[in-house]
Design a binder for this molecule. Structure first.
Ligand code: HEM
Length: 461
């Protein structure tokens, strides 16, 4: 790989902490809208296969593909799509402080920490000879806050900020398919940190840094005695180059596009959303840690697996009669109750019926979509020797109730949707999936200036 376009330098960078209205690590980094100006098809194939490798273009096809074919494929599949970093660490924490000013100062310290890490230039000191020097490890640290920061589970307004609580923020409820051990109120936390980068060691370093020094720096800066934050543990996730997850399917084919109008309609809070003002340009986060039972899945034939997902395993195409809609996306099904377009209990038909008219609430099905930014995880083996692996499901949206909860309760886990007796999502019906953990959070907007700090709007009266 000699073309500059294939080097690390060409990876799209996250938006800076102070650039744009949104927190970094949610809808960025993104692939550039246009492929690099000078390229040959082989170089782009290398990028696609090496970096994101969705496999829709094949190495052996390189000679017969025209520049135009490759450019079109880039434009339909990658242009503007999120280019997730390779590793994520999900860290949760509770706030032990009692006073409102202390919380305010803690948020300043967290911002200081996060911005130092996001802006840190990779050190060349420890690279081995001939090792490429990365321009950036693309570090992003996104902060989410839980309902318990506003009021305790028994309703106490801890810091006098409950009147600023985002409207839909609440502790996550239980759902069908949850593990017996999952107690959502015990999993609820005041903070969640999503730490992403392209190197597992960078993640480790940042997690350790937070755990070991955040309390110390807070004490030093503000003369506080005792611990401000209690860390509750860390979850890890990684991304495969081809974006396939453990079930072997490419996850993320049909996701929200990064067009500003779509982001404002479905992901980020705007003026029209009737939320407290400080929430504008923020977004809700639903986190679910979902185990995938591999022995049960691997017993199934590929045909059965495809019927459960609703897509062809190799190509990712939907099993519907018409396979592509506008811009290469899944088509709106001509009849949402017709199994000729894929089993009615298949995952993609249960989570997005794509009906061609509005529902009883006057909402189009496609307006219930949310931005998915999932990462597979592997946690070792259980006591029977089975692997504990699955998906760290992370989804961003402007209303948990109208998007995630409507999708799950009204469609995915409703046995009588879209027709009586259709059954719940086949992945849950066959015990392939089991939710182990999770929570609901609100991610505040990006910083307005270098002096601003996360969630500063909470302290404006
Ligand atoms: C381990 C758990 C899960 C796995 C392995 C999984 C896998 C997949 C796959 C392979 C696709 C098709 C590719 C694509 O369109 O991106 C898909 C689509 C989708 N999934 Fe999941 N998923 C999981 C959990 C969930 C959950 C909990 C939800 C929330 C309700 C969800 C919502 C969606 C949505 C909305 C789509 C897009 C459907 C469309 O637009 O047609 N998934 N998922």
């Amino acid at each position: 790989m000699t073309n500059k376009a294939t080097l690390n330098t060409s990876l799209p960078l996250p938006e800076g902490l102070f650039k744009g209205h949104y927190q970094s690590g949610i809808t960025d980094p993104r692939w550039p809208k246009e492929p690099p100006a000078e390229f040959d098809p082989k170089a782009i194939l290398d990028i696609i296969n090496e970096r994101i490798g969705a496999g829709r273009l094949r190495e052996e096809d390189a000679d017969i593909l025209s520049l135009e074919d490759v450019r079109n494929s880039y434009t339909s599949d990658y242009s503007g799509r999120i280019s997730k970093q390779k590793n994520i660490s999900i860290m949760r924490a509770n706030c032990l402080l009692k006073k409102r000013e202390d919380l305010q100062n803690l948020l300043k310290t967290i911002t200081e920490f996060a911005s130092e890490e996001i802006r840190r230039i990779p050190s060349v000191k420890h690279l081995r000879i001939l090792e490429a020097i990365p321009d950036s490890y693309r570090v992003t640290i996104s902060l989410g806050i839980g309902a318990t920061l506003f009021t305790t589970l028994d309703g106490f307004d801890r810091y006098g900020i409950s009147h600023h609580k985002p409207r839909y923020l609440k502790p996550m409820p239980s759902f069908l398919g949850d593990s017996e051990e999952l107690d959502p109120s015990a999993s609820a936390s005041d903070f969640i940190f999503l730490i992403s980068s392209d190197h597992p060691y960078i993640n480790v370093a940042i997690v350790r840094f937070f755990a070991e020094y955040l309390n110390k720096r807070f004490s030093k800066n503000y003369g506080f005695k005792g611990k401000a934050v209690e860390f509750l543990g860390v979850e890890e996730g990684f991304q495969r180059k081809d974006t396939r997850e453990f079930l072997g399917f490419d996850d993320g084919i049909d996701n929200i596009s990064m067009r500003e109008d779509e982001l404002e309609r479905l992901v980020y809070i705007t003026q029209v959303d009737n939320e407290p003002d400080w929430c504008i340009n923020g977004t809700y986060l639903v986190y679910r840690k979902i185990r995938e039972r591999m022995p049960d899945w691997e017993k199934l034939t590929v045909v059965n697996q495809e019927a459960m997902i609703g897509r062809d395993k190799e190509t990712g195409k939907p099993l519907s009669r018409q396979v592509t809609g506008p811009k290469g996306k899944t088509p709106v099904y001509s009849d949402s109750k017709d199994p000729a377009d894929g089993a009615l209990n298949s995952h993609i038909r249960k989570v997005q019926p794509r009906r061609n008219s509005e529902d009883l609430f006057g909402i189009d099905d496609l307006d219930r979509r949310f931005l998915r930014r999932p990462y597979p995880f592997f946690d070792g083996l259980d006591e029977s020797g089975n692997s504990i692996n699955g998906l760290q499901f992370l989804a961003f949206m402007k209303s948990i109730q109208q998007q995630f909860e409507h999708v799950v309760n009204m469609w995915q886990l409703n046995p009588d949707f879209p027709v009586q007796g259709a059954g719940i999502d086949a992945l849950y019906a066959n015990n392939i999936l089991e939710t182990l953990d999770g929570g609901y959070y609100f991610c505040p907007p990006g910083l307005a200036s270098p002096k601003d700090y996360f969630a500063s709007g909470l302290f404006r009266e």
